[in-house]
Design a protein around this ligand. Structure first.
Ligand code: SF4
Length: 430
């Protein structure tokens, strides 16, 4: 039998990211949530790392992914790896680059992306480039990248601010009277927050409260046209495809360009979902009690930050998001909390929440090869529609061969139905 040219023996020593590389090497991060990434990039730079978020997009990313990843692999893995390799193809500092990838630590393939990436790097001739794993499950213990207590605190603050900004931006950008006002305000806050972080400010609970109140007030004071009702569309799905414009063909921008108001649930939701799973693992499957206790403490920590956002937005005319503890319970009776591969019960819970808060038009973004999310997304739609007959849910497939025209047409059809319903509602009122 012919031996695979990328066969890696058990004794193979992968290149390491060591302490002495921190000052000399640039850490490349795949793109995903723009506001979050801008803050993370700044926070990591302030911690002494040289960081760069990949900006490269386009068909080369997909073709590099197809070249070096098995075509059975789920689409997000193909895109993340394709984006890295395409980025490396255009650099001339290859001896000074490190790649950073997150590992969820769950049972899904996301925990194994790092092995797929290393294999692809060897195939592409970049096997000497170190890969850093960012994870909370000790999957790679020997990384030179250190998650210190201070860094974790700063990252938690960054997520709180980024989730707040993302939510308020989504709530207002479709209604701005002066084109660009919302993005200008968002960018001003990103710059301001990074300046505060640099001076070791904006991280304590009290300063976060002050900042978030200021952010909510500024968005509330924007000049908005709230007279005309727009179709409200929620986006759910596999985490990468839901958040990354590279993965979903700039879905949010497309929806706004079509006159819709978009809502994408925040990152804290996914983190809380992962933490609750540690508790359900103990309760349902008899797994580690210690993990369940630690997760309870972390949930308490995040809930305090969630309260800051909801309280601050609650003081404005903008409707705040729901508490996650409420969202979590919405999947009861539809999908059990023991279903936790991929986005598991979170996908169901988010759809139920979106319908409850008025986003009855939902796009469920489904990547190729993602069995867990097909089950927890497409698989529960019938049941959700039974509970909420008004729900207008469409599953949109994302894969290397799916054309944007097809995706856009299906979304346009969904929006046409949504507009029709708005008209009917207005007629009924008259
Ligand atoms: S959730 Fe889906 S897309 Fe994400 S790693 Fe698992 S199979 Fe792949």
């Amino acid at each position: 039998m012919e031996k695979d040219s990328t066969f890696v023996s058990d004794n193979f020593e992968y290149p390491r990211f060591t302490q002495d590389m921190v000052k000399t090497h640039t850490i490349l991060i795949p793109s995903m949530l723009d506001i979050h990434m801008a803050l993370f990039e700044g926070v990591l730079k302030q911690a002494g790392y040289k960081v760069e978020v990949c900006k490269n997009q386009g068909p080369e990313v997909v073709s590099e992914g197809l070249k070096y990843v098995h075509n059975d692999t789920c689409y997000p893995a193909l895109l993340v790896i394709g984006q890295f390799i395409d980025n490396l193809n255009h650099r001339n500092d290859l001896d000074k680059v490190v790649l950073l990838i997150t590992q969820t630590g769950g049972g899904c393939r996301a925990s194994n992306y790092i092995h797929l990436l290393r294999k692809a790097l060897i195939k592409a001739g970049y096997g000497y480039i170190p890969v850093v794993s960012l994870n909370a499950s000790n999957l790679e213990k020997d990384s030179g990248f250190k998650l210190t207590f201070n860094l974790i605190k700063k990252v938690a603050a960054a997520i709180t601010y980024a989730d707040t900004l993302m939510y308020l931006r989504n709530k207002t950008r479709s209604y701005e009277k002066n084109n660009g006002d919302v993005d200008k305000l968002t960018n001003e806050f990103i710059t301001d927050l990074l300046e505060q972080f640099d001076k070791k400010k904006g991280i304590s609970y009290s300063s976060m409260k002050k900042n978030i109140n200021k952010i909510a007030k500024a968005f509330d004071e924007l000049d908005l046209d709230l007279e005309h009702k727009k179709p409200q569309v929620g986006v759910v799905g596999e985490i990468y495809i839901k958040y990354a414009s590279l993965g979903n063909n700039h879905l949010e921008d497309f929806l706004v360009s079509q006159g819709a108001e978009v809502m994408v649930p925040g990152l804290f939701g996914f983190i809380l979902y992962s933490l609750y799973n540690g508790i359900y693992d103990n309760k349902i499957y008899g797994r580690s009690k210690k993990t369940a206790l630690i997760n309870k403490a972390l949930i308490w920590y995040i809930k305090r930050r969630e309260k800051l956002m909801i309280d601050a937005i609650g003081k404005t005319k903008i409707t705040p998001m729901k508490y996650f503890s409420h969202t979590k319970d919405l999947s009861d009776g539809v999908l059990d909390h023991g279903v936790k591969m991929g986005e598991g019960w979170l996908l169901t819970a988010e759809m139920m929440e979106l319908v409850e808060i008025g986003y009855s038009n939902i796009i469920c973004a489904q990547p190729f090869g993602c069995l867990p999310n097909h089950i927890c997304g497409k698989g529960v739609m019938k049941k959700i529609k039974q509970i909420h007959p008004d729900a207008n849910i469409v599953a949109i497939d994302y894969d290397p061969s799916a054309t944007k025209v097809n995706q856009d047409n299906r979304i346009k059809l969904m929006l046409a139905i949504a507009r029709e319903k708005i008209k009917e509602g207005e007629k009924a009122k008259l």
